[in-house]
Design a protein around this ligand. Structure first.
Ligand code: HEC
Length: 196
């Protein structure tokens, strides 16, 4: 019996807390609302908890976001040649990489360079004619140099870094090198076991 009365009191207490002040216009009283809804700061709101008083914190200096690739080359012939010497293509000419590289090439490069990379794309007559990929000069380009061209652009060709991620650029490089220049896996350095 005493247990029953205790339970009754407990129930009445809960009912009292949750029902406090509830009318049709007013919200019911909430007991310790912070337990279920913590206050969220807006990104640019002042913040008394952090050292600099800002909510949004700067990235730690010297760190890079996950998946970000650094690119330590400037524009110009010398820098392009250096990229050609130093950069290694992380992709091998596997059927899957070639398939993806082909799709990306046809979306982003074909319009000027042509399906076979001969410099005869649909709009090539309206722009300075792009060089053929099998010209003597371009056949000498190591993969890293083509990556440099796509990343920074060159002469009249704009940069495609904003449209293509570093991985997508390397896939295009692999396709151009292996298929359009007919060089297969030559000059490509396999670092990922060719799975991609
Ligand atoms: C808007 C037209 C256009 C598009 C799109 C384009 N290119 Fe070019 N590309 C050019 C022109 C024009 C040149 C010649 C640039 C110059 O020497 O002034 C060129 C030159 C090049 C060269 C030779 C650079 C050199 O040093 O001689 C390579 C390699 C190249 N493009 C690759 C690509 C790849 C790969 C893509 C696709 C991601 C691409 N291009 C997309 C117009 C384009």
């Amino acid at each position: 019996m005493i247990r029953f009365i205790h339970a009754l009191f407990a129930l009445a207490f809960i009912a009292l807390l949750s029902g406090c002040g509830a009318t049709s216009e007013k919200r019911a009283y909430e007991y310790m609302p912070d337990m279920s809804r913590s206050p969220a700061y807006k990104a640019y709101a002042p913040n008394s908890v952090t050292r600099d008083g800002l909510t949004l914190q700067r990235p730690v200096s010297g760190t890079i976001p996950r998946g970000f690739h650094t690119f330590h080359y400037g524009p110009g012939e010398d820098e392009a040649a250096r990229a050609g010497r130093e950069l290694e293509n992380p992709y091998r000419a596997s059927p899957r990489t070639l398939e993806e590289g082909k799709g990306l090439f046809q979306t982003y490069c074909l319009v000027c360079h042509g399906e076979q990379g001969k410099g005869d794309g649909p709009i090539s007559a309206k722009i300075p004619t792009p060089p053929s990929y099998v010209s003597e000069r371009l056949m000498q380009f190591p993969p890293g140099r083509v990556f440099h061209v796509i990343t920074l652009g060159t002469g009249k060709m704009p940069s495609y870094a904003a449209q293509l991620s570093a991985d997508e650029r390397w896939k295009i490089v692999t396709y151009v090198h292996a298929v359009l220049q007919g060089l297969g896996d030559r000059g490509q350095v396999a670092q990922n076991g060719g799975s991609q």
